[in-house]
Design a protein around this ligand. Sequence first.
Ligand SMILES: *Cc1c(COP(=O)(O)O)cnc(C)c1O
Length: 354
Amino acid sequence: MYTLCDKAKALTPYDWNMGEYRVRLDANESFLLPTDADREKMARAAADTALNRYPDPLAREVCASFAKSYGISPELVTAGNGSDELISILLSAFLQKGEKVMTLSWDFSMYRFYTTITENPCITLEKDDDLRIPVQQVIDTIQREDIRLLIFSNPCNPTSVGLTREDVRRILNETQALVVLDEAYMDFWDQSLLPEVEKYDQLVILRTCSKALGMAALRLGFAVANPRLTGILRAAKSPYNVNAVTQAMAKVVLDNPVYKDVYRELLLQSRELLLQGCKDLERDGLIEKAYDSCTNFVFLRVRQAPKLYDLLADRGILVRCFGQEHLRITAGTQAEDEEVVASMRFLLQHIEEL
Ligand SMILES: *Cc1c(COP(=O)(O)O)cnc(C)c1O
């Protein structure tokens, strides 16, 4: 019989909850669809796509739209099948056998996952009690351990905590490692390093269309880096990684400023409503902490988090549970925000009897 290697044997599928829930606040998606006019344009763009032809390997039009919208040069942009794919390409192309990666904890779980696929050793540094990144310790560890690649999200998923531009610059100025700065949620905060990406020879910034721009279904992300690194990334990716329908449809959204202006505001308003509701729970002693958020979700420290998670799920509300004492909740519609807060209030008041 064919023997599986240990690496393959250890793989487990990404735990995606396939259940039916009335309220899905588990994946940090936008609760807004593109405007009716744009959905019509997108449908036409999809219908006009030459389905018999391979897509543009460099996804030039959609990269140009992204670059224009974010005020950078298209020469610095590489498109990926979600930023997830770009993470995988970066880790496989920029590391050789045995070279070390550094991640932080908590952080996005896919980083560690891809290092198990590439079989690179990975050192994970714990954040401090306020879930802040210990910048000096990061710098010292990179030097001491000869780390070749550091990857982290800013603002962070799942903690919602952000690291200031100044602190990120310190890491870049004081270390040699390739820094993969995942700005998946930077549309919700104002500390992006995009405008200065070319100043660094070892910086790759990741952005995604899946969160603030509300196109998780299309699978589109971007890596932004200086031309030297961009050349390597483009050479390392599979040629037709972003399909033609996605390229055509996403361009419509990227070309319309309403998403970055109006939609972003609506998502932030929802986050504020949810966060205030959670801060009230903290004030009333029902949860231990609602962290200040730089994203479209909130992160809570709460006793019996797995039990609360299950009780919410029983009521048709899906959130995410981290360990024994943290929950992450995506900002939804006003009604969804109000319902999840009211449900938590009720459930936490009665949790010993339930
Ligand atoms: C959601 C998320 C992504 C994934 O984005 P895709 O473009 O949908 O693959 C990447 N990084 C972080 C931190 C995320 O939360």
